[in-house]
Design a protein around this ligand. Structure first.
Ligand code: URA
Length: 242
C-alpha cells in the first residue's frame, strides 16, 4: 500500500521526559500551511481512543465527540480576523485587546455534519447555520446535491463548513463548489473535521489552494469501501442511532 504509515510516538507535555510519556499513534503529518491538525495532546488522544472504540455506547460517543468538536471550533475561531480594540475595565484602566471582525455562519453537510452544530452554537451565540445535503446518485454513483438552505447573505460571511469524517473528499468538494457558486470566496471557508484521510485532504487542498482545514487527526487511509482506517466506523450511525 502507498498509504503513509501512521506514526507512533510518546505523548505528553514538554516538562515530562520521554520515559514518562505513554506511546500512542498520532496523526499523520500534512505539509501544508492551510491544514491545521490539533495538537496531539494526551487529552485529545484519550478522547479519540474512546470514540474509536467499537464497544463505546451511544451516550459516551456523543459526549466525547462533542468534546473534540468543541476543540475544533475553538481552534477554527483562531483563524478568523480580529482587530485591535481597547476597553476600559471597572477600575478605570485600559486593556488593549482584540475584537472579532466579520460575520460568520456554519454550514453542515447532512447528516453527520449536523452533529457539529451544537458545538458551534455553544461557542458563537445565535450563529446562523445553513445545511447542505449531498448523496450518492444511484445511477451515476457520483455525489449529487439534493438540498441546500443557506443564509441569503452568505457571500458576506466567513463559513465554518462542518463534516466529522473526511474520507474521499467527494461531498466536501461538492459542498465547497456550492458555497463558491453563492459568492463565498475560498479563502473565507474553514472546513472543520474530526478525522480525515490523507487522500481526502490532499485532493481537497490541491483543488482549493486557499481554503483552510482544521482537523483533529489525519488517519492512515481508506479501505475498499471508502471507510477511513483505523477510523471509527460510520459517524452518523454511531451519533444518531446505535
Ligand atoms: N463516513 C463515516 O462516517 N465514516 C468513514 O469512515 C467514512 C465516511
Amino acid at each position: 500500500s502507498d498509504s503513509p504509515v501512521a506514526p507512533t510516538r510518546c505523548v505528553g507535555p514538554d516538562y515530562r521526559s520521554e520515559r514518562q510519556k505513554p506511546m500512542a499513534t498520532v496523526s499523520t503529518r500534512i505539509e501544508s500551511d492551510n491544514v491545521t491538525i490539533l495538537p496531539q495532546t494526551p487529552q485529545l488522544i484519550a478522547l479519540l481512543t474512546i470514540i474509536r472504540d467499537k464497544n463505546t455506547d451511544r451516550g459516551d460517543f456523543i459526549f466525547y465527540s462533542n468534546r473534540i468538536i468543541r476543540l475544533l471550533v475553538e481552534e477554527g475561531l483562531n483563524h478568523l480576523p480580529t482587530v485591535e480594540h481597547t476597553v476600559t475595565t471597572p477600575v478605570g484602566r485600559p486593556y488593549a485587546g482584540l475584537i472579532f471582525q466579520g460575520k460568520i455562519c456554519g454550514v453542515s453537510i447532512m447528516r453527520a455534519g449536523e452533529a457539529m452544530e451544537q458545538g458551534l452554537r455553544d461557542c458563537c451565540r445565535s450563529v446562523r447555520i445553513g445545511k447542505i445535503l449531498i448523496q450518492r446518485d444511484e445511477e451515476t454513483a457520483l455525489p449529487k446535491l439534493f438540498y441546500d438552505k443557506l443564509p441569503e447573505d452568505i457571500a458576506e460571511r466567513w463559513v465554518l463548513l462542518l463534516d466529522p469524517m473526511f474520507a474521499t473528499g467527494g461531498s466536501a468538494i461538492m459542498a465547497v463548489d456550492v458555497l463558491k457558486s453563492r459568492g463565498v470566496p475560498e479563502e473565507r471557508i474553514l472546513f472543520l473535521n474530526l478525522i480525515a484521510s490523507p487522500e481526502g485532504i490532499n485532493k481537497f487542498i490541491t483543488t482549493f489552494p486557499k481554503l483552510r482545514v482544521v482537523t483533529a487527526f489525519v488517519d492512515k487511509g481508506l479501505d475498499d469501501k471508502n471507510y477511513i482506517v483505523p477510523g471509527l466506523g460510520d459517524f452518523g450511525d454511531r451519533f444518531y442511532t446505535m
